[in-house]
Design a protein around this ligand. Structure first.
Ligand SMILES: Cc1cc2nc3c(=O)[nH]c(=O)nc-3n(C[C@H](O)[C@H](O)[C@H](O)COP(=O)(O)OP(=O)(O)OC[C@H]3O[C@@H](n4cnc5c(N)ncnc54)[C@H](O)[C@@H]3O)c2cc1C
Length: 336
C-alpha cells in the first residue's frame, strides 16, 4: 500500500481525512494553511453523528456550549404566513469546531520525504474552481437579537435575495444575506427584521454559489471538501458533505492498491462526489425557483439548471461503480 499522505488543509475535511488515515496506520502530514476563520455553522443531527463517529467522541464534547436550534421558521416565495418546522441543529463557530477536531487529531509526521498521495482538502490549496453555477455572494453579519433565549432559526426570501438568521449566544445572532447586503434586504424583510434589534458588525463577502473543480482526482491526488466542491449555504449541508467526502477519500486511498486498483476506486470517488453535487444542485434549484420570480432569482435558478446538465454529462463519462462503503471501508458491491 502507498502509505505516505500529505493533506493540504486544516479545516473539517482535512482533519477528518487525517484522523481516519492516521488511525489506520498511514503516515500523515497536514498543514493548517493559515487557519480557518469560517462562518457560524448550524450542524444538523446526521452530521453531528458522523463527526462523532469519525472522532470517536460525543456531541456534548464537540459541541459544548453550543446553542441548540429546535425550530426553523420560514417565510418563502411571498407567502402570507410563516411556516414553522421542527429542526435539530447545533450552532458552532467554525474555528471553534476545527480547533476541537484538531485536538482529537494528534497525528503528525515531520518527515519531509515525497508523499505517495496528496489530498487537497482546503479551498486555499487549489486555484479557484473552474466551474461555478451562479454569481451570488454571502455577507456575514453579527446582530443583536430581540429574544435573548431563542431556539429558532429564521429564513426568508425577498425580491433581491435571501436572509438566514441563527442565534449564536445569549442575545446575539449571525445573519447571512445573499443577493444584496444585509441593510438592503432587512429593509424589505417581514420576518427576519423582527428578530433583530441592532447590527453589530457587517463582515466580509464570500462566494456562495456552488462550484466544482474540472477533475476531482488524479493518479496520486484527490480533492476533498471545499477544495473540490463548494456548496451553497442555502441547504446548510456543506460541513456534512465535507465529512462524507473525507470518509470516502480516506477509504479510497486505503483501498487504492487493493481491490480493483487505483483507477477503479478513483472512478468510484468521482462518481460519488459528482452524484452528491448533482443532488445538491437540484435541491438548490427548488429553493431558487420558488424564492421569488424576480430577475435575480431567475438568473440564479438558470445557472443551477446549467450546472445540473453539466454534472449529468460528466457522470455519463464515469463508469458505473462496483464499490460501496461499509462503515469507513470500501468493499466490492458485487462479484465481478
Ligand atoms: C456563508 C456560509 C455559511 C455556511 N453555513 C453552513 C452551515 O450552517 N452548516 C454547514 O454544514 N455548512 C455551512 N457552510 C459550509 C461550510 O463552511 C463548509 O462546507 C465547510 O467548512 C467545508 O469544510 P472544508 O474543510 O472543506 O473547508 P476549507 O476549505 O478548509 O474552508 C474553510 C472555510 O473557508 C470557506 N470557503 C471555502 N471555499 C471558499 C472560497 N472559495 N472563498 C471563500 N471562502 C471559502 C469555507 O466555507 C469554510 O468556512 C457555510 C458556508 C458559507 C460560505
Amino acid at each position: 500500500m502507498r502509505r505516505k499522505v500529505e493533506i493540504r488543509g486544516g479545516g473539517i475535511a482535512a482533519l477528518c481525512c487525517a484522523r481516519l488515515l492516521a488511525t489506520r496506520g498511514l503516515d500523515i502530514r497536514y498543514s493548517t494553511l493559515s487557519g480557518t476563520t469560517g462562518p457560524t455553522l448550524l450542524i444538523n443531527g446526521s452530521t453531528q453523528k458522523l463527526m462523532c463517529d469519525v472522532f470517536q467522541t460525543e456531541p456534548a464534547d464537540l459541541f459544548a456550549g453550543s446553542v441548540i436550534v429546535k425550530k426553523r421558521v420560514v417565510l418563502w416565495g411571498g407567502a402570507d404566513k410563516r411556516v414553522e418546522l421542527p429542526h435539530f441543529g447545533m450552532v458552532v463557530d467554525e474555528s471553534t469546531l476545527v480547533r476541537r477536531l484538531a485536538q482529537r487529531t494528534p497525528f503528525r509526521s515531520e518527515e519531509s520525504s515525497t508523499p505517495d498521495w496528496v489530498i487537497y482538502a482546503s479551498a486555499k490549496a487549489v486555484t479557484e474552481q473552474k466551474f461555478r453555477f451562479g454569481s451570488r455572494v454571502a455577507t456575514l453579519t453579527s446582530v443583536q437579537l430581540a429574544n435573548a433565549g431563542s431556539d429558532s432559526c429564521w429564513m426568508e426570501s425577498l425580491d433581491e435575495g435571501w436572509l438566514f438568521l441563527v442565534p449564536v449566544g445569549i442575545g446575539t445572532g449571525s445573519l447571512i444575506s445573499v443577493g444584496a447586503g444585509p441593510e438592503r434586504l432587512l429593509a424589505g424583510s417581514r420576518l427576519v427584521t423582527q428578530q433583530i434589534t441592532h447590527i453589530n458588525k457587517i463582515g466580509n463577502q464570500v462566494p456562495s454559489s456552488p462550484a466544482i473543480l474540472e477533475h476531482l482526482s488524479g493518479s496520486d491526488w484527490l480533492a476533498c471538501g471545499s477544495a473540490g466542491v463548494r456548496f451553497d449555504p442555502i441547504c446548510g449541508e456543506g460541513a456534512g458533505h465535507a465529512v462524507r467526502e473525507a470518509i470516502l477519500a480516506s477509504a479510497v486511498i486505503r483501498s487504492a492498491s487493493g481491490i480493483g486498483g487505483f483507477k477503479s476506486v478513483l472512478n468510484h470517488y468521482e462518481s460519488r462526489v459528482l452524484g452528491g453535487f448533482l443532488r445538491h444542485l437540484n435541491l438548490c434549484k427548488q429553493f431558487y425557483e420558488s424564492g421569488s420570480d424576480g430577475a435575480w432569482w431567475r438568473a440564479e435558478a438558470k445557472s443551477l439548471a446549467v450546472g445540473a446538465e453539466w454534472v449529468t454529462r460528466r457522470l455519463m463519462n464515469v463508469s458505473t461503480s462496483r464499490y460501496r462503503l461499509a462503515g469507513f471501508d470500501l468493499e466490492l458491491a458485487h462479484a465481478v
